[in-house]
Design a protein around this ligand. Structure first.
Ligand SMILES: Cc1ncc(COP(=O)(O)O)c(C=O)c1O
Length: 394
């Protein structure tokens, strides 16, 4: 093994490539070793070997978990079969009667999990304004176990101020958890602000190639980590070794991808914001965005590849025409999800946020003219060309 300076001293892009990885001691393989074995031979009767059965522990999964914890800047990671599975595992460490305080806008799947499943097991979720310290302090009860923050939020890209949440968390002794799916660690590391636990949908920026569904919980609370390891074994919603492998490979280019999509998103936002048929554009990189200053403070490398916008047009047939022309005149794909090599336009009212009752969606400003755009690695000029054509057509 090559002697190296302490790896934790490496810069982030170097860590993306090297953290938790060494050439394989037997073969010299540089790509991670993929161990698909479900079962592991036990050498000594009555003694448990390190690996027994892959639902409990698998070497490729361990490699990914170690890497994610290093990238996040500490703690211990456990990975699951999707972002929602990671959230479910965390929520299931709570007990009936426990409360969760969430920011007002969260991913629709998280909302569904809380409001249509976990509520039946007595886990209570409340939605509060995380820009208002007094409101949070007045609403907490002894049953409030976590402050749950998603930032920037899906789909409106609201930015939550970590320094405010950290202050409240400290004052009330309630840990804060961050769903950092929209701000991967090349940009934002919530542990630096005092978060106890960070969640990622690995399916997005971290894996980055539209071929993985996965989720991770990284926590600085060793007791919580132990319970999450129990959840892996007991719920069984773990990430397969093949998918762990793809995340290990995909994450190496995170910073490169993030920089590219951040530039593209800024470029497309600037185009859209001046267009007369566009009512508003939500992108934290725009100076006009209400969370711009906080986003600038909290993000290291650009503002990410996702923006949202609302058209002035609201007639459904015109919106359909807009999407059809966009698809015909550009590489843009109409579909769910984000952070892929391909630019994807989605329609939250019928996709990611369909589970929200209409009045909640409306109160959040997710109207029927509201679209979310996730920039891929294409040349933004081709994307802007598509928008020019599609906006002219309506
Ligand atoms: C902010 C956020 N958190 C969690 C999830 C859930 O992740 P997954 O789709 O991997 O279950 C998503 C999915 O879009 C998301 O946008």
């Amino acid at each position: 093994m090559k002697s190296q300076p302490s790896k934790s001293k490496y810069h982030f892009s170097t860590l993306l490539v090297h953290a938790g990885e060494e050439p394989d001691s037997q073969t010299g393989s540089i790509a991670p070793v993929l161990v698909r074995s479900k079962t592991f031979s036990q050498n000594i009767f009555g003694e448990e070997g390190e690996y027994q059965y892959s639902r409990g522990k698998n070497p490729t999964r361990v490699k990914l978990e170690e890497k994610l914890a290093i990238l996040e800047g500490g703690g211990q990671a456990s990975v699951f079969g999707s972002g929602v599975a990671a959230e479910a595992a965390l929520f299931l460490t709570l007990s009936p009667g426990d409360q969760l305080f969430c920011c007002q806008e969260i991913y629709g799947g998280t909302y569904r999990l809380l409001s249509e499943l976990l509520n039946r097991f007595g886990i209570v979720s409340r939605f509060v304004n995380f820009n208002n310290e007094k409101e949070i302090c007045a609403a907490v009860t002894p049953q409030t176990k976590y402050l749950w923050v998603e930032t920037p939020t899906n789909p409106s890209l609201h930015v939550i101020d970590f320094s405010l949440v950290a202050r409240v968390s400290k004052q009330l002794s309630i840990p804060f958890v961050v769903d950092s799916t929209f701000a991967p660690p090349c940009s934002t590391r919530p542990f630096e602000y005092g978060a106890e636990t960070v969640i990622h949908s690995l399916s997005k920026y971290i894996a980055g190639h539209n071929d993985v569904l996965g989720g991770a919980v990284i926590t600085k609370n060793p007791g919580l980590h132990e319970r999450l390891v129990f959840m892996q074994k007991t719920l069984g919603a773990v990430l397969s070794p093949d998918e762990c492998y793809r995340v290990l490979q995909g994450v190496k280019t995170l910073t490169l991808r993030w920089r590219w999509v951040s530039e593209s998103a800024l470029c497309v936002s600037r185009f859209l914001v001046t267009h007369r048929k566009v009512k508003r554009v939500l992108y934290p990189g725009l100076i006009s965005h209400p969370g711009h200053v906080i986003a600038k403070r909290q993000s290291r490398e650009g503002f990410g590849g996702v923006l949202s916008f609302e058209l002035r047009e609201h007639r459904l047939e015109k919106l359909k025409c807009f999407v059809d022309v966009l698809r015909k005149t550009s590489p843009i794909i109409y579909g769910e999800s984000l952070a892929s090599p391909e630019t994807i336009i989605s329609y939250p009212a019928l996709m990611s946020h369909k589970s929200l009752p209409q009045e909640v969606r409306r109160s959040l400003g997710i109207s029927d003219s509201f679209f979310r755009l996730s920039l891929g690695f294409e040349d933004p000029k081709d994307i802007i060309f598509g928008f020019t054509s599609a906006l002219n057509a309506i």
